[in-house]
Every structure is written in structure tokens, then in C-alpha cells.
Ligand binder design. Structure first.
Ligand SMILES: [Zn+2]
Length: 104
């Protein structure tokens, strides 16, 4: 079974899984990210992705107003879910860390 899902305004996914319930589950979750941020905003969300030092990949739905992110989560067994929006609070820099130069 195939399904076409709009993940965002400019990302369209084609989900193709022989199991109908798998296709439906992915299509429903991926096509329905959280629509209300913790700041109250309900529009203009956009997708971002990042990778940490351990190689874990994150897919986030980001709020344009406050920068909070709703991460795409994966259940250990199978399937996806969207975390609640969370504000990103950077770790306090230690003396050994050098800030990256900022772009002009
Ligand atoms: Zn927000």
C-alpha cells in the first residue's frame, strides 16, 4: 500500500509498505505534526534535521516565533510520534570550548 504525505509545505513523502497498517500509521503520524507550540503559535512551522556526535539523527518541526522544536520520536518496537514542543537551552560552555565564528 502506498500513501503520499505532505510533511511540510515543501517536503512530500511517498510511503510504500506492503503492510497496510504500517503505511497508514506512518502516513497519519508523519502527516500530522503538532500544530500548537508552547508559545501559542499555530503557523509557519518548518522542518529541520540535525545529527549529534554519536551519529543519532533528529528530525524536528520548528516554531518560527520562539525557536522551540517538536522532535520526531521513534518507539523501540516500531512507529513514530511527535514530542511536545520544547525550547532548546544550550549547555553552558566550559573553558575548553571555543565558540564557532559567526557568519557575517
Ligand atoms: Zn513557539
Amino acid at each position: 500500500m502506498k500513501a503520499i504525505v505532505d510533511l511540510s509545505a515543501n517536503i512530500r513523502l511517498e510511503i510504500d509498505d506492503p503492510k497496510e497498517m504500517e503505511t497508514l500509521s506512518k502516513a497519519i503520524v508523519l502527516g500530522n505534526p503538532r500544530r500548537t507550540c508552547v508559545c501559542g503559535n499555530t503557523e509557519g512551522f518548518y522542518m529541520t534535521s540535525n545529527k549529534d556526535k554519536e551519529g543519532n539523527i533528529y528530525v524536528n518541526n520548528k516554531c518560527p516565533k520562539c525557536g522551540a522544536r517538536s522532535k520526531l520520536g521513534q518507539y523501540k518496537t516500531a512507529g513514530y510520534f511527535w514530542h511536545e514542543f520544547e525550547q532548546y537551552i544550550p549547555k553552558v560552555q566550559t573553558k575548553n570550548e571555543i565558540p564557532l565564528p559567526t557568519e557575517e
